[in-house]
Design a protein around this ligand. Structure first.
Ligand code: C2O
Ligand code: CU
Length: 484
């Protein structure tokens, strides 16, 4: 694992983490888009496209960051936790001048974006070595849905470690849903959920083998890089939260005291109308956009993370593995009522969704773990761990398929497919009532989930995998060839 030597660490520590952060601000180079700060409670810099182009410099490097009042040596994009938020519109060009100043190879995946999976676009087979640069360049299709997407490293074997170091940021596509007048009047906030494991010296701690099997979780949970930040809600108005689980393994089961969530998007993609939910389960990789009504008594309300049991390696640890923090709700943020606004009702209609037509093609994917001759204990799809050299699944461009995801293991696995969103058709044979687009779906232990996926626009090689990223790194991934 890349770490600062003690000497470098002390040198950086002089002057405090604040200077390191500010210094990075001043270093934004000559590129057209300048970051802007939009919210006083959320310090994340934002880069927006202008005149059809989003262009910026992005550097991955180890950096001292103020985490819960302590300097912590994290892996960052542009020195920021979370990474800068990128915002573009359908039809825009994106050009990211990327420099890898980590001590490991890396690359970038644009999670949820429907863009080319080859070349210098959403290509997870690129390898950018330490000290090297690469310009990512792609166009967001004019027909691209609006939504909450994100970017993070995707070099197989290092994904969990690099995300756990902090490398993750939002990629927002502003479009149809954002033109809804009610949503425009709502107060918009972004919540990037990340957990970290930091020792007293501010170093990232190594994960033990067992916690890798379970999927690493950290004891410092942050929202936009802060511990328990405050979020303003306008009295009488609506708060629009766009929430990303950017943790490598931790599931979040969110609830806001005395308030319901009105979900308007799944994995960034608009629902046809808001649905009321008391709590929101977000697996790693998933996003949810929700509205909260500011209709309670003025005051403070805790945004809680409720316990969730995602299973464990029972036969190895007697069911005790990874059970820390399972039993108590944790406060993630505090929602504060602020001055009243003209009262705002929920929107009735959002963007329409049509169901995909039925298909004859059904493929089975069995998710489990087991012994692999090459790797020892490994995570498997259809009995095989990931191999770079094998095409595990070959499909044809412009076709629709049903995939049946069968979890025969003892842990939950959130299944993610690159490049194309899908619809959930049924769970354990029960038809799914909510028509929605997703790119990551939870397959609980013992569960069978059927999804329907259209392979549109872009041919090439890409992957599908479990988004508990230790499971992905330990083999629960497959290569997907979309043939033109
Ligand atoms: Cu967010 Cu292949 O992952
Ligand atoms: Cu998994």
């Amino acid at each position: 694992m890349a770490k600062l030597s003690r000497r470098q660490f002390i040198a950086l520590g002089v002057g405090g983490a604040g200077i390191a952060i500010v210094g990075n601000w001043l270093h934004q180079k000559t590129i057209s888009s300048q970051p802007i700060l939009k919210s006083s409670t959320n310090p994340t810099p934002v880069y927006q496209s202008s005149k059809g182009l989003l262009e910026l410099d992005l550097e991955a490097s180890e950096h001292l960051v103020d985490l819960a009042g302590q300097p912590a040596s994290l892996l960052t994009y542009n020195g920021q936790i979370p990474a800068p938020r990128l915002e573009a519109k359908p039809g825009d060009k994106v050009r990211i001048h990327f420099t890898n100043n980590l001590q490991q190879p890396t690359n970038i995946h644009y999670h949820g974006l429907h863009i080319p999976i080859t070349g210098n676009a959403d290509n997870v087979f690129l390898i950018i070595k330490p000290g090297k640069k690469l310009t990512y360049e792609f166009q967001i299709p004019a027909s691209h849905p609006s939504g909450t997407f994100w970017y993070h490293p995707h070099l197989h074997g290092l994904v969990a470690e690099q995300l756990f170091g902090g490398l993750a940021g939002l990629f927002i596509v502003r479009g149809e849903l954002d033109e809804n007048s009610v949503l425009q009047a709502a107060q918009e906030e972004f919540l990037v959920l990340q957990d970290f494991s930091i020792d007293r010296q501010g170093r990232r701690s190594d994960s033990a083998h067992m916690s890798l099997m379970m999927g690493r979780e950290g004891n410092v949970i942050t929202v936009n890089g802060q511990v328990n930040p405050s979020i303003a809600i306008p009295e009488g108005g609506l708060l629009r939260l766009r929430i990303l689980n950017a943790s490598p393994s931790r599931f979040y089961r969110l609830a806001l005291e005395d308030h319901s969530f009105y979900q308007i998007a799944t994995d960034g993609n608009s629902l046809s109308e808001p649905i009321e939910v008391a709590e929101l389960l977000l697996t790693p990789g998933q996003r949810a956009d929700v509205l909260v009504k500011g209709d309670q008594e003025s005051g403070q309300y805790r945004l809680l993370n409720l316990p969730y049991d995602r299973g464990s390696m029972g036969m190895m640890g007697g069911g005790m593995m990874g059970r820390n923090n399972r039993d108590e709700p944790i406060t993630l943020a505090t929602v504060n009522y602020e001055s009243a606004v003209d009262s705002l009702a929920l929107p009735i209609k959002l963007a329409p969704i049509s169901a995909l037509p039925e298909t004859q093609t059904v493929r089975l994917f069995e998710l489990n773990h087991g012994m692999s001759p090459a790797m020892g204990m490994a995570f498997l799809i259809n009995g095989e761990p990931y191999s770079h050299d094998v095409i595990h699944t070959q499909v044809k461009l412009n076709t629709i398929e049903d995939w049946e995801l069968i979890n025969t293991g003892v842990m939950d696995h959130p299944f993610h497919i690159h490049g194309n969103a899908f619809q959930v058709i049924s769970r354990n044979g029960q038809p799914e009532s909510l028509l929605a687009w997703r790119d990551t779906v939870l397959v609980k232990r013992g569960e069978i989930v059927r999804i329907r996926i259209p392979f549109r626009d872009f041919a090439g090689n890409t992957v599908y995998h479990c988004h508990v990223l230790d499971h992905e790194d330990l083999g629960m991934m497959g290569n997907l060839l979309i043939e033109a």
